[in-house]
Write a protein that binds this ligand. Structure first.
Ligand SMILES: [Zn+2]
Length: 227
């Protein structure tokens, strides 16, 4: 749950969500805030103490803000949890909601909460695909926001391997509640693999776009809608 945390050197509170898993003992906990700082590069750093009595050690959480005053999102905790996936910076900037929900999904999975993790991973994928499609087709924002994930993929992702993988994924072929009833551990691995493929593809698209812009080369025309 995001909370207002006063920043010591600006005197201004910022709305941030504190981590709920300690990167030192890897247990769920409620941390206490020891110190806060706004860096020169406009990042919020929070020194925290693990709420677990068995651990109680200090760690650091660092936050960045999405473009246009979007909510602060957790970039990393220090020390890094060795089991945590490091998401590409460009992907996190494109979809802070994806990054934030993905971190929570991993934390839930680490705690053995597979069904909670499954729902969270799917929600994360939904944000990533929607935010990417809106960045390419901003005129379709209202439509994309109302669509099911599988429909967004079908309509707005250009033809290629990511689209093909999505269409084959057990998680997207049927409706979501159906899969909650017929849960298999294999399904979670399937969904995580799909997220991995999608993150790598989005990162590649963003890098290529950046390269073409910075090189002064004209950008390619956006992919045509496939419906
Ligand atoms: Zn701890």
């Amino acid at each position: 749950m995001p909370m207002q945390v006063p920043i010591q050197n600006t005197g201004k509170p910022e709305l941030i969500e504190l981590p709920n898993v300690c990167p030192r003992c890897c247990h769920a906990m409620e941390p206490t805030v020891a110190a806060t700082w706004m860096t020169r590069t406009q990042r919020v750093q929070v020194a925290l103490r693990c709420g677990s009595r068995a651990c109680g050690e200090m760690f650091l959480a660092e936050y960045d803000q999405g473009p246009g005053g979007r909510p602060w999102y957790l970039i990393r905790t220090v020390p890094e949890n060795p089991e945590r996936t490091v998401l590409p910076e460009r992907v996190k900037q494109l979809s802070p909601e994806f990054a934030s929900i993905f971190v929570q999904a991993e934390a839930a999975e680490a705690l053995g909460l597979d069904r909670v993790a499954g729902g969270a991973y799917r929600k994360a994928l939904e944000f990533l695909v929607s935010d990417y499609c809106v960045s390419v087709h901003p005129e379709a924002l209202a439509t994309i926001e109302r669509m099911e994930l599988s429909a967004v993929i079908q309509a707005y992702l250009p033809a290629g391997r990511v689209k093909e993988c999505s269409q084959r994924s057990a998680w997207l072929k049927g409706d979501w509640t159906h899969y909650l009833k017929r849960w298999k551990p294999h399904d979670l691995a399937d969904l995580k693999a799909l997220i991995e493929v999608t993150v790598a593809w989005v990162q590649q698209e963003l890098l290529a776009g950046h390269f073409l812009r910075s090189d002064g080369v004209a950008q390619p025309t956006k992919p045509a809608l496939s419906r």
